[in-house]
Write a protein that binds this ligand. Structure first.
Ligand code: KG4
Length: 340
């Protein structure tokens, strides 16, 4: 029987990525980052689109070569249709459409967030474990913090979401106040390993239900630093590691508090995490520890699949292709949405 071979393309923000998956097994996953934004302290959309234009042909070519796959053998091309930066999404979308027309193979559009949630189904080897439905996914990234009950690949119920900032924004904005480069999350992670997480206390939200809020923490962090610096200008410099560790611990406590409530209210036996913030060592350890304590199965993604990558787009595309959910050529990217 012929294999189902999917080429995935991801271009929603500032990483150009292409991956090849055959019958659910990952054959290649190539990611080209964009250094051009570093000096601006954030992603510049216009520059991101241009860098995607430069990267997309070599990235796709390399992914196919590494996979040992001839483009004429592709069963479908999956691409990220949103959410993300429109100019960036247009590059991947247009490329996928052009390639599909040239090869006469179908295209499937993928919701980036759905890709994160389904990234746990990427297998490197036949025996790799994948989650059973239903499972609870804590999706934490620069733009989203959501608790999702995943009932099937395309039946996802959002149980809670942030009402203001996302967890990644809390990391990045607080890191900025500390004078760290963008994105600050990985820097906080690194510094936190050396610090005392109990040294400083920051405000925690009192939001009802399963929703999150991180703006109060951000404000409390900002005021603590502002007041301290008034009497001691070297305060931040001297307390870098303690501030990072205390901030990280507070974010983890906020995340785990609602995760615990969601586990108890749904009765799930499997918990997964995904999105850029799931690369954080503290978050990974805390979720693993929580699952061990409550006898739950934990799915912690390899770091390669936590940030933007095309492997998750290809696996989501694989599920969609199985259900023959194709994309029309007149479909356009969307900048905003949660999981549909
Ligand atoms: O999912 P993602 O790559 O993209 C968007 O949401 O656009 O997530 C990016 C976020 C950033 O806020 C970044 O600081 C955070 O993920 N992040 C981390 C770590 N690695 C990435 N936050 C904390 N610790 C990390 N190790």
């Amino acid at each position: 029987m012929d294999k189902t071979i999917i080429l995935g393309i991801e271009s929603s923000c500032d990483d150009t990525s292409a991956a090849v998956i055959a019958d659910g097994l990952l054959l290649s996953n190539v990611i080209a980052g964009q250094q051009v934004h570093a000096e601006y302290g954030g992603v510049v959309p216009e520059l991101a689109s241009r860098a995607h234009q430069q990267n997309i042909v070599p990235v796709v070519d390399t992914a196919l070569k590494r996979a040992g796959v001839d483009k004429r053998d592709l069963s479908a091309i999956a691409f990220t249709r949103g959410p993300g930066l429109l100019g960036s999404l247009l590059v991947g979308t247009s490329f996928a459409k052009g390639m599909s027309l040239g090869l006469r193979c179908p295209i499937v559009d993928v919701n980036h967030l759905q890709g994160h949630v389904l990234s746990h189904f990427i297998r490197r080897e036949e025996g790799d474990a994948v989650p059973e439905f239903p499972y609870l996914c804590l999706l934490v990234s620069g733009g989203n913090s959501q608790l999702i009950l995943v009932k099937s690949p395309f039946d996802m119920e959002i149980l809670g979401r942030t009402i203001d900032d996302a967890a990644g924004e809390a990391f990045d904005k607080c890191a900025k106040v500390m004078g760290l480069p963008y994105p600050g999350g990985p820097h906080i992670d690194r510094l936190a390993a050396e610090g005392d997480a109990g040294r400083f206390k920051f405000a925690k939200p009192s939001v009802g239900g399963l929703d999150y809020s991180f703006s109060g923490l951000k404000t409390s962090f900002l005021y603590t630093l502002r007041d301290a610096v008034k009497s001691d200008p070297t305060f931040i410099e001297r307390n870098m590691a303690h501030l990072a560790a205390s901030l990280q611990r507070t974010i983890i406590e906020i995340l785990l508090d609602k995760l615990d409530k969601a586990v108890k209210s749904t009765g799930v036996t499997t918990v997964a995490i995904g999105g850029g913030v799931s690369a954080n060592s503290g978050v990974r350890n805390a979720v693993e520890e929580y699952c061990r304590k409550h006898a739950l199965k934990a799915f912690i993604p390899p770091r390669e699949f936590t940030t933007d990558n095309a492997a998750m787009v290809a696996i989501a595309g694989y599920f969609k292709l199985k259900e023959k959910r194709f994309c029309r050529y007149d479909e356009v990217p969307y900048a905003r949405t949660t999981i549909k």
